[in-house]
Design a binder for this molecule. Sequence first.
Ligand SMILES: Nc1ncnc2c1ncn2[C@@H]1O[C@H](COP(=O)(O)OP(=O)(O)OP(=O)(O)O)[C@@H](O)[C@H]1O
Ligand SMILES: [Mg+2]
Length: 303
Amino acid sequence: MTVVSVINYKGGVGKTTVTANIGAELAYRGHKVLLIDLDPQASLTFSFLDPSQWERELADDRTILQWFGTVLNDGGTAPLDRYVIAPTMVNDIISEHSAGRLDLVPSHLMLTDADLDFAADLGGSRFQHGSPRFLPLHRALASALAAPAFEAYQVVLIDCPPNFTMVTRTGIVASDHILIPARPDYLSTLGIDYLRKKVSELVTDFNRVAAGKVEQISPEILGIVFTMVQYSSQGPLLALRDFINHPATIEIPRFATMIRDNKTLFAAAGEQGLPAVLLPNANINVQYELQQLTSEFLAKIRP
Ligand SMILES: Nc1ncnc2c1ncn2[C@@H]1O[C@H](COP(=O)(O)OP(=O)(O)OP(=O)(O)O)[C@@H](O)[C@H]1O
Ligand SMILES: [Mg+2]
């Protein structure tokens, strides 16, 4: 099982879209994939589920919010498998084609409250390393995913909110890799170096506290994926090229595949409960790029 967090400090750069499409394409190709929505906006959840179904069947007791609640009550370990659901629309398409499966741990709009409770539990917002709760809370998701119920999954993708609070940190601690979607513009590339620094600080802090007690962590940056790229007939617009070359200047790997801008296709995707890559009769260019991105992703996590 490989766990990958999808994160960027910048909002609206395509994190959720990349998570949903890589996850669905992997499942379509026969992999067993688990998506975990850690964002209180719950966009990943609503990419696959109707909000009214979410409200009726899940909101009260079957989302990551309630799971984090039990983590806080039980001191850091709580089974996660009863919060896993199989969204029907996307799995109907997948099952016609392969034995793959796409499961989801849905999010909740109140998840920001869990972050506040976490902070309080650790003795304030600065996450005191001396707190006896530091390790169990940081490892909550990692421990939960180590349960036998999750052995069947080959890939776990975690859609992170655009911040670095406790909920996000549980995702990073559970991850083998970090994937960073970004738009090729000034503000989206600005925070990437800072994100790398924050991840490295977390790893250092965690490993210092973990030394001799639990396994060390070493989440690696898999690379930056550029999304919403505008093209002319010669390739990406000239004005974008400096931003596309930016990762190389800060020595962060970049995916060769970029996802072009296509408002029509991506706007339609969520409403149908299917990610763009699986929409029938859609724009071939973008779907091809999403398939290519998935192949590149697989090659990077299984070198
Ligand atoms: N390649 C694309 N072309 C056009 N629109 C896109 C593309 N990728 C994503 N979008 C749209 O851009 C918006 C933001 O994308 P998305 O929700 O994936 O970003 P995000 O980084 O997860 O945002 P947030 O920080 O709010 O979680 C969505 O409306 C999505 O449909
Ligand atoms: Mg998102």
